[in-house]
Design a protein around this ligand. Structure first.
Ligand code: CO
Length: 175
């Protein structure tokens, strides 16, 4: 098995809405395994299916490489058709995205969320999370709706990002 290519901004698929997962079959399990392989080759904590070009509503994550893993229920975990059913509080903290490598910016998110989803066998589950895990859930669910962390920034910060991105692109093309 080899890692999949992680799509990078401004790839069009990153802005599309994913379809619900309805069939839990060998194709899906294989896709999940390949996504874990891809995640472990990166320095990220989570990966949403659209980031590897699969427009299906699920994401994977694993906190077990962090020292404070116990706080987050560790991993590896797959959440199919995840939905936020409750959110509470607010927190502004640094965030990054494997589809926007090297870019980190403060994003405002709910501090605590409750999700309903299915696990990789299709069993209904509910998960509660706060802090970093709650942030990850919100970030990954955004991916399933074609939303990037950039969409949460002020228009000023977003414009600075776009300007710098275009400059970098131009520079790369000129070489
Ligand atoms: Co991301």
């Amino acid at each position: 098995m080899s890692p999949l290519e992680i799509l990078k901004y401004p790839e069009i698929q990153l802005f599309e809405k994913s379809a619900a997962v309805s069939e839990i079959d060998a194709v899906l399990q294989n896709q999940i395994n390949q996504m874990f392989e891809t995640l472990y080759c990166s320095d990220g904590l989570g990966l949403a299916a659209p980031q590897v070009g699969c427009l299906q509503s699920f994401f994977i994550y694993d906190f077990s490489r962090r020292d404070d893993e116990a706080k987050y229920g560790a991993g590896p975990i797959v959440l199919l058709n995840p939905e936020i059913i409750e959110s509470e509080g607010e927190e502004l903290a640094d965030e990054g995205c494997l589809s926007i490598p090297g870019y980190f910016e403060k994003v405002r998110r709910a501090y605590r969320v409750q999700l309903k989803a299915q696990d990789r066998e299709g069993k209904d589950i509910r998960i509660e999370a706060e802090g970093l895990a709650a942030r990850l859930f919100q970030h990954e669910i955004d991916h399933l709706n074609g939303v990037l962390m950039l969409d949460h920034l002020s228009s000023l910060k977003r414009n600075i990002f776009i300007r710098k991105f275009k400059k970098k692109q131009k520079y790369a093309e000129s070489k």
